[in-house]
Design a protein around this ligand. Structure first.
Ligand code: SF4
Ligand code: SF4
Length: 248
């Protein structure tokens, strides 16, 4: 009897399990598909904008980039993925300026940490989300990000140049005059002996000047002629002693 009961019990459990499995399968039938049929859907595939596929220099509509060749990205990269070629150019006013001659980026060693882009002071770098970066040899993963020719910066007009140069000259002259005035003031000041024993102790600004003890005693004895006479006699004796010391 017991075995018949066990039979129907396990039959019920099996049917319940089957229904549960079929409900999961039915639910998945109605869920939108997330699997992409790549490369058939290459034209329509959606890659999230934040996906980091490859580092790029940002160029504006005229083909200018914002890199100032400071080298921060190269130093920030933990893998040595970035190698910059930096040279120097001369601007219209004769100043030397760093110039980006080449930006070598090895995609094969990049870990997409984005330290280079986040540390760039001019936001000259970004990541593209172009995920199709497969190549047959590793050397093809080394990319030249500065692939556009340089576009010269627009120079200021002749009047503007004159104004800038005049301002610079005036600033230089003012700095020179200030330095010379400082030098002259230092030369005119009395030479001070810096040794601690001979250093002149200047009273602190917030300290009240101390009253001479003799003047204090004279003031206290103002109404007492006998006391006054004693103090004056003591002062005379002290003066005589000091005069005697000076004559030795
Ligand atoms: S940190 Fe930015 S500005 Fe500096 S070298 Fe790199 S890309 Fe250029
Ligand atoms: S993302 Fe990271 S590893 Fe890649 S180049 Fe930038 S700093 Fe280097």
């Amino acid at each position: 009897m017991g075995s018949v009961k066990d039979y129907f019990s396990s039959l019920g459990t099996g049917v319940a399990s089957l229904l549960k499995g079929m409900s999961v399968t039915g639910k998945e039938f109605r869920t939108p598909k997330i699997t992409e049929r790549y490369p058939e859907n290459r034209e329509t595939v959606h890659v999230p904008q934040r996906f980091r596929a490859c580092l790029e220099l940002v160029y504006d509509a005229e083909g200018r980039h914002k890199c100032i060749a400071c080298g921060t990205c190269e130093r920030a990269c933990p893998n040595g993925t970035i190698k910059l070629d930096i040279d120097t150019i001369e601007t219209w006013d004769g100043k030397k300026k760093k110039h980006l001659a080449g930006y070598n980026y090895d995609l094969g060693s990049c870990t997409f940490c984005q330290l280079c882009a986040t540390n760039c002071p001019t936001n000259a770098l970004t990541f593209s989300n172009d995920f199709e970066q497969a190549v047959f040899t590793r050397d093809k993963l080394v990319k030249q990000l500065k692939y556009r020719p340089d576009i010269p910066e627009p120079e200021p007009s002749e009047e503007e140049k004159k104004r800038i140069l005049a301002e610079r000259e005036a600033k230089l002259a003012a700095a020179k005059a200030a330095a010379e005035a400082k030098k002259a003031a230092a030369a005119a000041a009395p030479a001070k002996d810096a040794s601690p024993t001979n250093a002149v102790q200047q009273p602190k600004a917030d300290e009240a000047p101390k009253q001479d003890p003799l003047a204090k005693a004279l003031a206290a004895a103002a109404g007492d002629p006998e006391k006054l006479a004693k103090i004056k006699a003591a002062m005379a004796a002290k003066a005589a002693r000091e005069a005697a010391k000076g004559n030795k």
